[in-house]
Design a binder for this molecule. Structure first.
Ligand SMILES: C[S@@+](CC[C@H](N)C(=O)[O-])C[C@H]1O[C@@H](n2cnc3c(N)ncnc32)[C@H](O)[C@@H]1O
Length: 273
């Protein structure tokens, strides 16, 4: 009897979890086809990309990515009829092996496979996704958002245009496309090996990070020299040292940075130390 009650309780908990109302991330409003093309072109989508559209509507972003740009991917959409319409279109156009659509809550979708994420969602929804995007996506993944920014993030690029067909959607012609590149994680203490002109010994490099903005200092001759203009675009780090000429650039691979100063003098750093 006890076992049966426990089983029933487990089953009803599972059922409750299953029927939990999903959060409505925005109504169905398709992006104009010209915006879809621009979003994919600006994100430089190509045959090596795996694109995920969060809230895929009639599937036009994933379908265009597959048909015109040669990418693969899927869209998640909460409305069953739209999912069916998108899968039917994929079938009809011979794209079903590369473009799939799932009836699924975008907030519960595993997006770690993506190299490109697209979205046209309500402004507050876009912002609710910030932690998910940062946690699940690999450094270098491009995020393209139609009209609404990730507040507090520095866009890697922003395009603005006027489109008459947007008046019936948003009341104005203004159309914005935001591009973000997921930054590598660099915050921490690094041991840097600089060219002799800067330091003959390993130097402590302390990096702080706020999404893609980087600050910190390099310890030289017992003095902390601050970093300025520090930023990350995916795995690509760049900064300057106050009072020093030259731009430091580098590629971050996990716990190692390999870089150049002004593209000619190599420097490296390892995490820790
Ligand atoms: C503004 S439309 C964008 C459609 C398409 N991405 C485009 O740009 O043409 C947003 C879509 O998100 C869907 N949606 C809303 N909340 C969702 C959720 N929690 N999970 C999945 N889809 C959702 C809506 O049904 C709607 O089709």
């Amino acid at each position: 009897m006890m076992r049966l009650t426990a089983m029933l309780l487990t089953a009803s908990a599972a059922l409750a979890a299953d029927v939990q109302p999903f959060k409505d991330a925005g109504p169905y409003v398709p992006s104009p086809q010209s915006v879809v093309s621009d979003m994919l072109r600006y994100a430089d989508v190509g045959p090596n990309d795996f694109l995920i559209d969060l809230g895929s509507g009639d599937g036009r972003i994933v379908l265009t990515a597959a048909k015109v740009f040669g990418a693969r991917g899927f869209g998640v959409e909460i409305k069953e009829d739209l999912v069916k319409r998108a899968n039917d279109a994929a079938q009809k156009e011979g794209l079903a092996d590369r473009a799939k659509f799932l009836k699924q809550d975008l907030f519960k979708t595993d997006i770690s496979q993506a190299t490109v994420v697209t979205m046209y969602l309500l402004p507050d929804t876009v912002n609710l996704l910030k932690d998910k995007l940062l946690t699940e996506l690999k450094p270098g993944t491009r995020i393209v958002s139609h009209d609404y920014p990730l507040t507090g993030w520095m866009a890697d690029n922003l395009w603005q245009m006027d489109l008459e067909e947007k008046v019936k959607i948003s009341g104005v012609t203004t159309t914005l496309i935001y591009l973000y590149v997921v930054p590598a994680k660099v915050a921490g203490k690094w041991q840097a090996h600089m060219p002799p002109a800067i330091s003959r010994q390993p130097a402590a490099l302390t990096l702080k990070q706020q999404i893609s903005r980087v600050s910190g200092s390099l310890r030289l001759d017992g003095r902390d020299v601050p970093i300025e203009d520090g930023k990350l675009r995916g795995e690509h780090l760049s900064f300057r040292l106050v009072g020093h000429k030259g731009e430091f650039s580098g590629v971050v691979k996990g716990g190692a940075i390999e870089g150049m100063i002004d593209g000619k003098m190599p420097w490296t750093a390892t995490l820790g130390g």
